[in-house]
Design a protein around this ligand. Structure first.
Ligand code: ZN
Ligand code: ZN
Length: 359
């Protein structure tokens, strides 16, 4: 299967027309990859209703020639001068730009280079809105990344065990992914044992994992440009009644949220389903973050599944569902899976057991 660049460009143009933009300047590198296929670190794309230019510097002449599809390539010496020249040739009255990812300095320099040739219109989310719904190529890549991640969890269960140092276990897991083709981790592996589990983002530390502790393992692999993200909480030795209880509440909360996933449902409703279960059990004040997020070329992308989210789920979105309970001085439990929104509901892409595993 090949990436659907032509269709992506068509959708961008439809969105530009709806927003009355004559041209759009794309500066976010993930968005450029999405539209053109380019994987390097220096690029701009300028798109109008009938033209599409890709601009890069001389280091990427050969690479852009191989990777970029459907765009005319220009090699620049001065990036913003070339952007301004290209926009000028398009005779665009209005130029949308990604105001969320352009620095104030670059904005000022671009405005100067344009010399009034086009009106700059802040267009936050112009492309991230297109990326929310994944196409078939992307879903295939995300499935692959999720599968590799499940294999990584089988490995984690062997190395995040009593006596192991969290950071050493994390290193072993990273090696496991890299040996199997991952470009990198999706983010620094979280291994938070014992009291550290109360830190929702407790990066692996020099702490040694002890017997009788909860161990939160949250990790992801980046494979072929696409991220994966999954969390399991293990227990080292026979669980105490409270460890069992908290684990059970989080598991029920996650199941309730997954149950609500369906096209047309508000993301906030999915969040509320998890929050309701945790609140009812008396742990509401220990669940401070949102229930999930979109995953794709970025590890955290639209939609957001929090209490204040205005997003509505659509078929083809890939989201996480990850409620947790974090009790200071005691520890934490989080269970996270990736789900594809299908017309019948959530299809889970990660499949490591959700039973309470004793390591
Ligand atoms: Zn995660
Ligand atoms: Zn996540």
């Amino acid at each position: 299967m090949k990436p659907l660049y032509r269709e992506r460009l068509r959708r961008l143009r439809a969105s530009m027309a709806a927003k009355k933009l004559d041209a759009a300047l794309v500066t976010d590198l993930k968005n450029i990859r999405y539209l053109t296929g380019f994987t390097g670190s220096s690029a701009y794309a300028v798109v109008s209703a009938d033209k599409a230019f890709f601009l890069t510097d001389p280091r990427y002449t050969a690479q852009s020639g191989e990777e970029v599809k459907g765009f005319r390539i220009r090699i620049f010496k001065k990036a913003l001068e070339t952007v301004a020249q290209t926009v000028g040739e398009m005779k665009a009255g209005s130029l949308g730009f990604e105001s969320g990812s352009v620095s104030f300095d670059n904005y000022s320099r671009l405005a100067k280079a344009l010399r009034g040739k086009a009106r700059l219109k802040p267009s936050p989310g112009l492309i991230s809105a297109l990326r929310r719904v994944k196409d078939s190529f992307e879903i295939e890549k995300i499935r692959d990344a999720a599968k590799l991640l499940d294999r990584g969890f089988a490995h984690a269960m062997k190395v995040a065990v009593p006596g192991a140092v969290e950071r050493q276990a994390a290193f072993s897991i990273e090696t496991f992914f890299r040996k199997r083709g991952a470009e990198s981790l999706a983010f620094d592996t979280i291994i938070a044992s014992g009291e550290r589990g109360a830190l929702p983002h407790g990066k692996a530390s020099e702490k040694r994992i002890k017997k009788g502790e909860l161990v939160v393992v949250d990790m992801g692999a980046l494979l072929n440009g696409y991220n994966s993200d999954e969390t399991r909480t293990f227990v080292t030795g026979r669980p105490t009644p409270k460890q069992k209880e908290v684990y059970g509440v989080v598991r029920d909360a996650q199941a309730a949220a997954i149950e609500r996933v369906r096209p047309g449902v508000k993301a906030a409703v999915v969040d509320l389903a998890a929050r309701g279960v945790i609140g009812k059990a008396g742990y509401g004040k220990y669940f401070g973050h949102g229930t999930g997020h979109g995953v794709g070329l970025d590890i955290h992308e639209s939609p957001g599944l929090g209490p204040t989210s205005d997003d509505v789920l659509e078929e083809g979105m890939v989201i996480t569902v990850e409620p947790g309970i974090y009790i200071p001085g005691w520890g934490g439990v989080r269970i996270e899976d990736m789900a594809l929104v299908t017309k019948n509901g959530a299809e889970l892409l990660t499949s490591t057991t959700r039973d309470f595993v004793i390591l």
